[in-house]
Design a protein around this ligand. Structure first.
Ligand code: NAD
Ligand code: IPM
Ligand code: MN
Length: 363
């Protein structure tokens, strides 16, 4: 197959983990006789520095012409004092909105050989396998007004949590569709005891659930959900929630696997052009040191192979290669146990490449 892939490394460790994913995709090209056309674009801080815009028109157009988009991460202290329209994060939010990437799927699966890397006890995290379905183009992130102003002689500020009913319907439907292919349980997370938006969300969840009789629906308040993710994460199959709740709960959930550097994601759109990105950010504290865990980015590329290109065998080969490397005790600093020498980002990528080549040699 021939595919055009837009690559947006962004900032910080985004560049390092993107290099890793590209190495793996090149290996897949070679082993499976595909042709990937990689095109690089600027986004975030890197784009602000070059073009004075966090999402240059050229990048957006390049994405629209691609078969799929891979994104590293954006942001960093260099741009933290910028005015809001010139923040790196704005570029990512604008891209999500422009491409209508409304459904962010964040799978959370613990790996047997990494159970001791989680700060939680082994028996709590063993066998954890759920999917967070995060609404990605609405809610508090996009509602207007969002501004500061002097009101009645006082400095005031407002952010708005806004949703159209249909935006709730489509993301909750997505969760039920996914649950049908899994354990048939949806946990809808909200704050219905306080927020009107959550009361409508709950109502919509009930309406959608009535159309999926084979799937069980459970409602959970977000504060309870934050606790339950630590106390009994095995109860979850599919979690569906509003944009900001999903952002927060997924970083929390990452620690079940041992590191934020483990969680990939797919941001699916209504148009068929999807974006794949790790859950983590640009990690300024370790950027430029060849220390970052590239697994989240590599697994995001595997999600792209499966969801956008239908390359199931190739996606599985990448996932198996990653698992093989982790099972053999090789890991980056975020997962290494005390006394173990961690591998660098580039060394771990080399190991995954070698595992892919070995796996391929068997067939
Ligand atoms: P972060 O996710 O960048 O880092 C949080 C912690 O996790 C840090 O200690 C970091 O070193 C560690 N970490 C993250 N990814 C890792 C990896 N692959 N390997 C090893 N360790 C890893 O979050 P933050 O520090 O709160 O934010 C830093 C910047 O990243 C901010 O500008 C923020 O806006 C941005 N950000 C961007 C995205 C994105 O582009 N999708 C996501 C989250 C944060
Ligand atoms: C994420 C990030 C982004 C978000 C930021 C960088 C805008 O935290 O992808 O999880 O909050 O969605
Ligand atoms: Mn986040």
């Amino acid at each position: 197959m021939e595919k055009k892939i837009a690559l947006l490394p962004g900032d910080g460790i985004g560049l390092e983990v993107m290099n890793g994913a590209v190495e793996i995709l090149k290996a897949i090209e070679e082993h499976y006789y595909h042709r990937f056309h990689f095109q690089y674009g600027l986004i975030g801080g890197a784009a602000i520095d070059e073009t004075n815009s966090p999402l240059p028109e050229q990048t957006l157009n390049m994405c629209k012409e691609a078969d799929a988009v891979l994104l590293g991460s954006v942001g960093g202290p260099k741009w933290d004092q910028n005015p809001s329209h010139l923040r790196p994060e704005r570029g990512l939010l604008a891209l999500r909105k422009e491409l209508d990437l409304y459904a962010n799927l964040r799978p959370v699966e613990t790996v047997e050989s990494l159970l001791d890397s989680s700060p939680l006890k082994r028996e709590f995290v063993e066998g954890v396998d759920f999917m967070i379905v995060r609404e990605l183009t609405g809610g508090l992130y996009f509602g207007k007004p969002s501004e500061r102003k002097v009101y009645g002689g006082e400095e005031t500020v407002v952010d708005t949590l806004f949703y159209k009913r249909d935006e709730m319907v489509r993301i909750i439907e997505q969760a039920f569709e996914l649950a049908q292919g899994r354990q048939k349980k949806v946990t809808s997370v909200d704050k219905a005891n306080v927020l009107e938006s959550s009361r409508m969300w709950r109502e919509v969840a009930e309406e959608v659930a009535a159309r999926y009789q084979d799937v069980e629906l459970q409602h959970m308040l977000v504060d309870h959900a934050a606790m339950a993710l630590i106390h009994n994460p095995k109860q979850f199959d599919v979690i569906v929630t509003e944009n900001m709740f999903g952002d927060i709960l997924s970083d929390e959930a990452s620690m079940l696997t041992g590191s934020l550097g483990m969680l990939p994601s797919a941001s699916l759109s209504s148009t068929g052009l999807h974006l794949y990105e790790p859950v983590h950010g640009s990690a300024p504290d370790i950027a430029g040191e060849d220390k970052a865990n590239p697994v989240a980015m590599i697994l995001s590329a595997a999600m792209m192979l499966r969801h956008s290109f239908g390359m199931n065998e190739e996606a599985e080969a990448v996932e198996n290669a990653v698992k093989h490397v982790l099972d053999s005790g090789k890991r980056t600093a975020d997962l290494a146990k005390k006394g173990e020498a961690p591998l660098s980002t580039t060394a771990l990528v080399e190991e995954v490449k070698a595992a892919l080549a070995d796996d391929h040699a068997i067939f």
